[in-house]
Ligand binder design. Structure first.
Ligand code: K1U
Ligand code: ZN
Length: 168
């Protein structure tokens, strides 16, 4: 098990579009395990492979109160969606900032697990929001992209300043 380094906005590597997973082997399962450890330790409710500089279509999450319902989605697709709702979102790659984002309220998802088995399920509420947020990461998109340029640049400049202070 290993804790992975989480990239921070505005690192350009967060803009990479992830590639489909084609091999479901022990290396993949080790990465899944390391991503869960990193997400729980952060702590977060989700983590996309993009955030740990691995550009494959893989995300992990756990939105349960007991932090005991891990979910690993590989090559996820949203096959239908309905409604919309606005919810506060945060991001481990944009530490310290929470902003409202409008997303689909109900989604139907098809994804594989770490063994390559495919399943379909419905999600709503925080689970649906988290899946959409993590799938955006796989497209190189961040929740700050939904904000005004003014707000996004303010966050960007503050994070750059904080990163410089940490490096000194
Ligand atoms: O993608 C990420 O960086 C993880 C992110 C996921 C997310 C949060 C809120 C709405 C949509 C997606 C986080 O987990 S930020 C941290 C957070 O929200 C949290 C952490 C511990 C307990 C509860 C929430
Ligand atoms: Zn995020």
């Amino acid at each position: 098990m290993a804790l992975l380094n989480i990239l921070h906005f505005p690192d350009p590597r967060l803009r990479t579009v992830a590639k489909a997973v084609v091999e479901f082997d022990e290396n993949l399962r080790q990465l899944v395990s390391d991503m869960f450890e990193t997400m729980y330790e952060a702590p977060g409710i989700g983590l996309a492979a993009t955030q740990v500089d691995r550009h494959i279509r893989l995300l992990v999450m756990d939105v349960s109160d007991g932090r005991n319902q891990p979910l690993c989605l590989i090559n996820p697709q949203i096959i239908s969606s309905d409604g919309d709702e606005e919810m506060d979102e945060g991001c481990l790659s944009v530490p310290g900032y929470y902003e409202k984002v409008r997303r689909a309220e109900y989604i139907r998802v098809r994804a594989q697990n770490e063994f390559g088995d495919t399943r379909e399920f419905a999600a709503r509420g925080l689970e649906a929001v988290c899946i959409q947020h993590e799938m955006d990461h796989l497209e190189g998109k961040l929740f700050v992209d939904y904000l005004s340029a003014l707000k996004r640049n303010r966050i960007r400049n503050k994070l750059i300043k904080a990163q410089k202070q940490q490096a000194d």
